[in-house]
Design a protein around this ligand. Structure first.
Ligand SMILES: Cc1cc2nc3c(=O)[nH]c(=O)nc-3n(C[C@H](O)[C@H](O)[C@H](O)COP(=O)(O)OP(=O)(O)OC[C@H]3O[C@@H](n4cnc5c(N)ncnc54)[C@H](O)[C@@H]3O)c2cc1C
Length: 358
């Protein structure tokens, strides 16, 4: 009989960061993914640690701040276990604000920071904010997991779960597993997989492109407006590219890339940085953000299923929030007090037992 302390469904950044944290605490962990680990949203992301994005809901801030406080240690641990360094690519972001404020940069100041920017009617502020390459992060996380005794089971879909006495029966396409506790980390699938105590996590599609930064443009920081961002890769194998994103669409599980949407993103970018207008296009892709109605993740025990937890719905910020999510979920699963109050993220906040799928 297969038995672990903890079974996790979903080997994205949320599931695997949690697996590493639980393993560090001495627990045996099995992680299932219906496809390949880190093959979905976690490698489609731009990689901004955008805790100060004005589009974030206010209650996200305390989880975001906790994550930022843990990030260096998280990356150091990954490096130690995987041998793969995950450097930050940028440490500042030019953020467009709806209206002018005391923090708004003057045209002269903007010109000094990014001479080739044509700000149009945007009001920009300068944020201290880092970005990294999520594909680099994914490689480090996967290598770190493989360096442990974490049992990673790709191509194994979790079909259903059942709480029985002090354990959970996990039914998968590869048979039945048993664990003391089960965590649903299936991202945009958390509802459709019939695992979550929720009907309220939905995929929200984001299309993106990568371009080669022209040699005439020096782009050392992120530029972000309400509808578009430009994120340069400044080191490593992808040095010299910039990611331009992203659409936000309710399109179910469709990941088709549409040239017209890509052209629109590119036009928005070129409007601010005309040097990008003719930059060679290197890649296009789409990913599925796990969105919730209030844009806050669900972190906590399943309201109706004993020993089952959910950690999903990180929407636009799962790369930012992974270290804090792993930290507080591991505390909760180990029956310890959590570093921050998680009431805002409780799976019970908008859920009713009638919405629970079995
Ligand atoms: C275009 C785009 C840009 C983004 N940019 C940023 C950014 O700049 N900064 C940031 O912080 N975040 C960003 N995000 C958000 C971030 O990518 C997500 O919040 C994060 O990746 C969610 O991680 P996850 O592990 O929950 O989901 P995923 O990475 O999607 O992983 C879920 C996993 O669950 C598996 N699964 C599903 N159902 C089952 C089942 N029944 N059984 C077993 N396995 C199952 C899937 O195969 C998948 O591997 C972006 C997202 C997109 C799409």
């Amino acid at each position: 009989m297969h038995h672990s302390d903890i079974c996790i469904a979903g080997a994205g950044i949320i599931g695997l960061s949690l697996a590493l944290e639980l393993h560090r605490r001495g627990l045996s962990v099995t992680v299932f993914d219906q496809a390949q680990p880190l093959g979905e949203a976690s490698t489609a992301a731009a990689g901004m640690l955008a805790a100060s994005d004005p589009d974030n809901p206010a209650p996200l801030r305390k989880l975001a701040d906790l994550s930022l406080s843990l990030y260096f240690e998280f990356l150091d641990r990954l490096h130690a276990h995987s041998g793969i360094a995950v450097p930050f690519h940028t440490s500042q972001t030019l953020q467009s604000q709806i209206s002018s404020s005391s923090d708004t940069l003057s045209r002269e100041a903007l010109g000094r920071i990014l001479p080739q920017l044509t700000p149009r009617n945007h009001h920009f502020t300068l944020l201290d904010e880092h970005s990294l390459d999520p594909r680099n992060l994914a490689a480090a996380v996967l290598a770190a997991v493989r360096a442990t005794t974490i049992d990673l089971q790709p191509n194994t879909k979790v079909l259903s779960t059942r709480s029985i006495d002090d354990s959970v029966e996990v039914h998968t396409t590869q048979g039945i597993f048993h664990a003391a506790k089960f965590v649903n980390c299936t991202g945009a699938w958390a509802t459709h997989s019939t695992l979550a105590p929720s009907t309220t996590i939905a995929p929200r599609k984001g299309q993106m492109l990568a371009i080669a930064i022209p040699p005439t443009l020096s782009l050392p920081l992120v530029v972000r407006t309400h509808g578009m961002y430009i994120v340069p890769r400044t080191t490593g194998p992808n040095k010299g590219r910039a990611i331009i994103g992203a659409t936000i669409e309710d399109a179910g599980f469709d990941k088709i890339v549409h040239p017209a949407d890509i052209a629109h993103l590119r036009a928005l970018a070129a409007d601010l940085l005309p040097a990008l207008a003719d930059a060679p296009q290197l890649e296009v892709w789409a990913g599925l953000r796990p969105s919730t109605p209030d844009e806050l993740p669900f972190l906590g025990p399943s309201p109706d299923h004993r020993n089952q937890f959910v950690s999903a719905g990180h929407y636009r910020n799962g790369i930012l929030l992974a270290p804090a999510t792993a930290h507080v979920m591991a505390q909760m699963i180990s029956n310890q007090p959590t570093a921050i109050d998680l009431a805002d993220y409780s799976p019970a906040r908008v859920l009713t037992s009638s919405a629970i799928a079995h």
